[in-house]
Write a protein that binds this ligand. Structure first.
Ligand code: SF4
Ligand code: SF4
Length: 403
């Protein structure tokens, strides 16, 4: 019996090792291809790191952490570093619709650049309404040029929801007064992949909150296409960077959950990684802001923490160079990466009424069973660029063997 187990383990190990060897080969081939086919970055990352006083050693430490975050084995560490150096080769067209520009602000603006920020600065932004100097007809020409120069090769990043009411007329943009719907349809149809940055473009967010007078929707819903969604209000930069790195390394976007979110970043609940979890298990809760439980760092469930219903890696990767994250700072998670969180997670500082603690649930799995209706983060589909191109009609439930 024991011998059978050992044999099975050995076979499994050999299979995993063969799979990784195949992935390494594919990764090297794709990185070579990217270097050959795409123009070199205007501002090479190595120079950016040097001028900011960031050592190679720190960069390799960052690569190791990012490799782990991407759920890849250590053999990919040097490949993640190589892909990061090529980040600026991917042409990006960045569209803004109904939003506050907070995602761009959070991702691209910083007074104390860390490695994530420097990598984002190398992005080859062919068009970005907030950052480009051009305006009016000249801006529209820039967009046309980008679509003409990189057909099927650029990544379309979208920030903001699409108002679909009145045939899209709640949102018109640019000198020609085209609707957001028209622009989004044209640009996404020519892109290699569409990445929705933030909860607005992913799921509609505050624009789509009740009563939603403009009938605002996330891009996937509004256009009926599959998108890669990086929700968050704002999202963590590493989730965007990791998704592009995966594309650079494998020529494909990472596997997605049923809501279009990369599984490596959104595959686990906040509650599963939370440092306050032992207090939850011990029944130790903050009952009031500033009480002795708050001072001792107890669980924030009774103060409305939505960590048990929220799928994201905030606790693992944290924000601001890994310094902290909301629960560490003393406030519960608001579930900002989940669809319609303004409506489904309200009230934000109280437990959800019909799902309060004390309903018999004792473990996170019990909560998961009770709350299965709140989030539908079933791990269902693999989103690859080819998949997106072959299935531009929304179809999240394709079996994996078709991908
Ligand atoms: S309920 Fe919130 S604070 Fe408490 S353990 Fe879960 S995620 Fe952490
Ligand atoms: S902790 Fe919750 S509310 Fe805060 S950023 Fe993460 S998912 Fe959003």
């Amino acid at each position: 019996m024991n011998r059978d187990f050992k044999k099975r383990d050995r076979e499994l190990e050999e299979r995993i090792s063969r799979d990784y060897q195949r992935m390494v080969k594919e990764c090297d081939l794709h990185l070579d291809l990217m270097e050959r086919e795409l123009p070199p970055p205007i501002e090479p990352l190595v120079e950016q790191l040097e001028s900011s006083g960031i050592s190679r050693r720190s960069f390799m430490k960052w690569s190791a952490a990012t490799t782990a975050a991407l759920m890849l084995p250590p053999i990919f560490k040097s490949r993640v570093a190589r892909a990061a150096e090529q980040f600026g080769r991917v042409p990006v067209v960045w569209l803004h619709f109904a939003e506050c520009t907070g995602c761009s602000e959070a991702l691209l603006r910083t007074s104390y650049p860390n490695i994530d920020d420097l990598i984002l600065e190398t992005l080859s932004l062919e068009y970005h309404e907030t950052l480009m100097a051009a305006a009016g007809y000249q801006a529209e020409e820039n967009l046309e040029k980008a679509l003409h120069d990189f057909p099927g090769k650029f990544i379309c990043v979208i920030e903001g929801a699409l108002p679909t009411g009145l045939n899209g007329k709640y949102l018109t943009l640019g000198a020609k007064g085209r609707t957001g719907m028209e622009i989004a349809r044209e640009v996404t149809s020519k892109a290699a992949a569409v990445i929705c940055i933030g909860s607005c473009s992913s799921f509609g967010n505050v624009q789509a909150a009740k009563p939603n007078p403009t009938d605002a929707k996330g891009i996937s819903d509004a256009l009926g296409i599959q998108t890669v969604n990086i929700p968050g209000c704002p999202p963590n930069p590493i989730n965007f960077i990791g998704t592009i790195l995966h594309y650079l390394m494998f020529g494909a976007l990472p596997p997605l959950d049923s809501l279009g979110r990369p599984i490596w970043a959104y595959g686990k609940r906040i509650h599963d990684y939370c440092e306050r979890r032992p207090h939850y298990d011990a029944g130790e809760f903050v009952e009031e802001w500033g009480d002795s439980g708050a001072q001792k760092g107890w669980c924030l469930y009774k103060m409305g923490c939505k960590g048990p219903y929220t799928y994201a890696n905030c606790a693992k990767v944290r924000f601001n160079d890994g310094v902290s994250w909301p629960i560490m700072g003393g406030h519960g998670c608001m579930g900002c990466v989940e669809p319609n969180f303004w409506d489904t997670m309200a009230p934000l500082e109280k437990p959800i009424a019909e799902k309060t603690f004390g309903g018999g649930e004792k473990t996170v799995d019990d909560i998961g069973k009770i709350l299965a209706g709140v989030t539908a983060a079933g791990i269902a589909t693999h989103g690859t660029v080819s998949y997106i191109k072959r299935h531009n009609q929304k179809d999240f439930a394709k079996p994996e063997d078709e991908v």
